[in-house]
Design a protein around this ligand. Sequence first.
Ligand code: PEP
Ligand code: MG
Length: 324
Amino acid sequence: LVKGLESLKSQPCTTQDGHRISVWVNTGLMTDVVRSLSNGAEGVGLYRTEVPFMINERFPSEQEQRDCYREQLEAFSPNIVTMRTLDIGGDKALTYFPIQEENPFLGWRGIRVTLDHPEIFLVQVRAMLKASEGLDNLRIMLPMICNVSEVEEALHLIYRVYHEVREEGVNVSMPQVGVMIEVPGAVYQIKELAERVDFLSVGSNDLTQYLLAVDRNNPRVAGLYHSFHPAVLQALAKVAKDANSVGTPLSICGELAGDPAGAVLLMAMGYEALSMNASNLPRVKSIIRNIDLVWAKQLLSKVLTLDSPDVIKSTLDLALKEKG
Ligand code: PEP
Ligand code: MG
């Protein structure tokens, strides 16, 4: 089986009836890069920049960040690398920047922190742009967006850095900028957000947590964290419908994309790119190459009529088992 999956590496991720989707990876550490390349990743849909921050004892300098980002960009060039701006708070802590809150998941997280500390954001974006010189395969992604004003403020800072580095002689193009859809409020503002950015990417881990009000890391309520909850599927389908109606590129980078059944449903909904942990990539590619888009859409239609996460899960398991 492993050998069979191995030979898939250079094959495109195309269904039997010719529908092509992109398979990307989520990265953080340099070890992810090696695994990603050997599994046939076509780009990076999510580079979690907080990982190099978390393994440090202080904020990494601009030069340190630049070296680290350059490694990622070079490893995947000419394919795109989507770098998420620092997403700390909630479950992601920095020892040298402690955040004490009663309700951290609803508190100071992601873009909220970096817009309150533009010096952190500006240094990071400078490092990203400088790292991209001569490669131009960088995309910048903003986490935890819930208001268009946050996008506008962040874009303003990114343009500012872009003009500064150009003036300093750095030969880089303006990168594409996108936002994560991971706060339920953002699901209802797809068109407004899409007007302002180049791409959208769903963070299904947080989106599921917030839609169902279930802490993604609390074992006591883990049984309620249903990735295939009907409300989650309806939200994901709505995002795809709205993003596709305005022609904005849409991907997903939460764990759901790395689940074979999740990947099939997402493709059927209209997601163009699935970003996952490298270890899930061969399996997802294998199932997509085994099915028809028409079949996946029929399965999606059926599943969207069901009201129980468990019934949905078993329906999916059965359908995929029949496809081998
Ligand atoms: C997500 O929330 O789905 C996501 C991809 O980001 P993270 O898991 O890093 O919060
Ligand atoms: Mg998230």
